[in-house]
Design a protein around this ligand. Sequence first.
Ligand code: 2OX
Length: 478
Amino acid sequence: MNYNRILKMLIITSLILATPIHAQNLLPAEQEISLKYGADRLGKRQDDAMCKFRENRLGAFIHWGLYAIPGGEWNGKMYPGAAEWLKSWAKVPSSEWLKLMDKWNPEKFNAKQWAKMAKEMGVKYVKITTKHHEGFCLWPTKYTEYNVLNTPYKKDILGELVEAYNAEGIDVHFYFSVLDWSHPDWRYDIKSEEDEIAFRRFLDFTENQLKELATLYPSVKDFWFDGTWDESVKKNGWWTAHVERMLKEMIPGVTINSRLRADDYGKRHFDSNGHLMGDYESGYERRLPDPVKDLKVTKWDWEACMTVPENQWGYHKDWSLSYVKTPYEVLERIVHAVSMGGNMVVNFGPQPDGDFRKEEKELAKSIGKWMKKYGEAIYGCDYAGWDKKDWGYYTSNGENVYMVVFNVPYSNKLNVNVPKGINILSAKVLNGETLNVREISLNEFNIDMPNSVSNEPFVIKLNVEKKETTNKYIKALT
Ligand code: 2OX
């Protein structure tokens, strides 16, 4: 009757049977090469902080920097590319770009309001851009003049946010771009001794900033690194391993994304032996694993992040330039991620005045409304180990299995194939009616659609058990 154990066994067995041996490019243990800066650990972390990270499941991303001011427009020209990359699209020199600091005065910014909005949306954590590629820092750093203190606003934005989110019981994660366009010592590659010396200074500067963040805001729960893909960082894998260890010593329990890391050979995310570096895979940016083919992702922790337009993280004035997802589609991605054992982070790009655009406010409200009703199938839930069906997604909290129904079949019957040895005892709409369950074949059930069908995705909670005896179909054969 211990469904949790059965589930784990099922998952392990099916992974052993179904996973191609090289899915993760794993070598037989005796053929592994020795690495100084490879994975620090095999398998998922199971300490309290990591479990909290995993149970949170739904997060919000905040991309806020100088790029919010031009909002995709430079010298009268609208650039359709990602707004936070405008400096690059419009080839604006750093000296000119950083003058935007003189216009940084978000008069409507209200950290408590932001925290209320996040709470209402039902996110359990918020990832904030402390510094994006442009180099402008949302906190009063000692190490560069390009920070909030030197703007008309003058105050510590990051500090206000940390305090406000924490007061609402929301974890704060720090996004940090190692790539820094504002710093003269940044290098894309190391091609000379001069490069090496300059980049070494740059790494010291970066390390100082990270130490400063960890010291000023010790309640931070996670560092999410970006801008680590260049040759210069890949050639300094030692530094990425060092930074991860340093932050973990400074902040017990802190989690770090895989994107920070490069190993001795410059191999990123997964080391040269195929083992995940950092605590969770962070490569799922604006995409998700395939629900059928990519179940290998259930072997490690992962977090996906998504934009609402096609590819806008920072505030862009014109959202008509690309497809903008509806709350329904955003919700489907959240459920999809959880159904495959991952977290989902939905991005927001606040306006330069400190308020959020109408679409984002509506989105947050709409997701929150659903999470309030059906969040039981999301928070603390994981891959259920059952075969994907076209009506939607399964999740499981280890005890119950949840069906999150997005598509209503013409037959009005929800078809379910259970793993061998599992029986469905009952089915009930969350906060609603009990549904008729009929066993139609070996390991196969039909569940009736509820009589009152809402026009939103809904959740069916299944009570399941392991079958005690050999099933009647086999008996019938004897
Ligand atoms: C894409 C192609 C080449 C080099 C970098 C990128 N890139 C960087 N794409 N997105 C990013 C940043 N990561 C997201 C989380 C945003 O911050 C985006 O600006």
